[in-house]
Design a protein around this ligand. Structure first.
Ligand SMILES: [Zn+2]
Ligand SMILES: [Zn+2]
Length: 257
């Protein structure tokens, strides 16, 4: 598998960056995990929008979904870009969410047809079932977040990539990430924020490292980061708990899984 970081910013794009979005490719098939603000601009530096085989969304917060709007416009209006619908897998409740989002932007003649469904084959995944998307098998696990959110475990070609999406620290994350070749884990919080209840839906870098270490992961990709929290310090904190390789999720970074 090849993993390309499209965006690794937290709730708002860092300067020159993008919010959560990861492109995973194997055997010529590409799946996009999340589609946060500014991700389409970065994504277009790496692939044509039409070459995305499927999109899977972890949860419905805007920092993981908002660029579905320009994605839709790109599929519809990029010169020579029309084509078949791209499968868009949303978490439970996602179809209603997308319907409401589309209605906000479907103005004039565009209001006469579904806003997203002309370009995407929109459906909700069953979080309890293993899903086959192109060459990938994907399993889901609920995280500990402010709204329902699902971590994803992708397997293809005998390799395992785990994306823990947004979450506070809970033991099942360790079990879900067990044996991952690469684990993508958020490190939103500065270390002093640990234990504050209003932060319980996110992780520190030291916690991300602890999850990766206890899961026996080979490589930790730290994501959901604020520029204001010095990334070198973030990496150092993760290194205090994780013995494997650590990479910061900056837009354009590529890893072989
Ligand atoms: Zn979130
Ligand atoms: Zn987020």
């Amino acid at each position: 598998m090849k993993l390309t970081v499209i965006g690794g910013s937290a709730s708002c794009p860092n300067p020159g960056g993008a919010c959560s979005s990861f492109l995973v490719s194997h055997e010529g098939f590409s799946v996009l995990l999340d589609c946060g603000p500014d991700s389409i601009s970065v994504l277009r530096q790496h692939t044509k929008l039409r070459d995305i085989g499927a999109v899977v969304i972890s949860h419905l917060h805007s920092d993981h979904t908002l660029d579905l709007v320009p994605f839709r416009y790109g599929l519809r209006y990029i010169p020579g870009g029309r084509g078949p619908q791209i499968p868009l897998w949303l978490p439970p409740g996602g179809e209603d969410f997308l319907d409401r989002l589309g209605k906000l932007f479907a103005l004039g003649a565009e209001a006469e047809q579904p806003f997203f469904a002309t370009e995407f084959a929109v459906a909700e995944f069953d979080p309890d079932a293993k899903k086959n998307v192109g060459p990938f098998s994907i399993e889901f696990m609920p995280t500990h977040h402010f709204i329902d959110c699902w971590a994803m475990r992708l397997e293809a070609g005998g390799r395992r990539l785990v994306y823990l999406a947004d979450s506070g620290f809970v033991q099942p994350l360790v079990e879900f990430a067990q044996g991952a070749d690469v684990v993508i884990c958020e490190a939103t919080l500065p270390s002093e924020a640990t234990g504050m209840p209003e932060n319980s839906g996110h992780l520190t870098a030291a916690q991300a490292g602890e999850i990766a270490q206890r899961a026996g992961a080979g490589h930790l990709l730290l994501t959901h980061l604020w520029d204001e929290n010095d990334v070198q310090l973030v990496a150092k904190e993760a290194r205090s708990t994780f013995m494997g390789a650590i990479t910061i999720a900056e837009s354009g970074v590529q890893l072989v899984v």
